[in-house]
Design a protein around this ligand. Structure first.
Ligand SMILES: [Zn+2]
Length: 201
């Protein structure tokens, strides 16, 4: 039975977000039936991407270069040579902000939120390097763009305190981020409004 042979592929596909066993089977069939047009190019593209992608050692963004092109771009700095630094949870949030065009500064990708429940403390996130960037005087202002979840807001509160200790000006994205909401699901207009209406914290 070919389904047995497909087991490794189905298991891998089933690990992708949003895919259960059933959609994994459908996907596998679609790929197999479009072997030359879809399956081989996809496999090649996956290999190429895996080889090319790097994590930016400065901000945690993903790019083919390290430091990433956002960190390297002088147009992301203010006239004083310092940047507004936007703190996001994930690269996916960074992409959402870039797509919306609402932000022209630099980023810092935390890699998640603090979570007592999941045992995630500051050491499991990119908190140390954030504080270090601020200590070095890289940031004119730090904008916290975290989810409106309990963990997101706990993290924002913790970071605001630590950042203020360093004398940083700290703000948070405001209205428009629905309670319980994650940044990446906001439409561009809402994201733009949230960024523009950031308030000091
Ligand atoms: Zn970067």
């Amino acid at each position: 039975m070919i389904l047995n042979d497909l087991e490794p592929l189905l298991r891998l596909l089933g690990r992708l977000p949003g895919l259960g066993p059933r959609s994994a089977r459908r996907l596998a069939l679609e790929l197999i039936q479009n072997k030359e047009a879809l399956m081989r190019p996809l496999a090649q593209s996956l290999l190429d991407t895996a080889d090319a992608v790097r994590e930016c050692s400065a901000c945690g963004n993903l790019d083919t270069e390290d430091p990433c092109r956002i960190c390297l771009s002088p147009s992301r700095l203010g006239e004083d040579g310092r940047a507004v630094l936007c703190v996001v949870e994930t690269v996916s949030d960074l992409w959402a902000l870039e797509r919306s065009g609402s932000f022209k500064g630099r980023y810092h990708v935390l890699g998640g939120t603090l979570s007592a429940l999941d045992g995630r403390g500051p050491d499991q996130l990119r908190v140390g390097s954030l504080l270090e960037r601020v200590r070095r005087g890289e940031a004119r202002e730090v904008v916290l763009a975290l989810s409106a979840t309990v963990d997101g807001q706990t993290t924002a509160h913790y970071l605001a305190e630590r950042l203020r200790e360093l004398g940083a000006e700290v703000s948070a994205v405001a209205q428009g981020v629905p309670v319980g909401g994650s940044l990446e699901y906001l439409d561009d207009g809402t994201l733009l409004a949230a960024m523009n209406a950031r308030r000091s914290v």
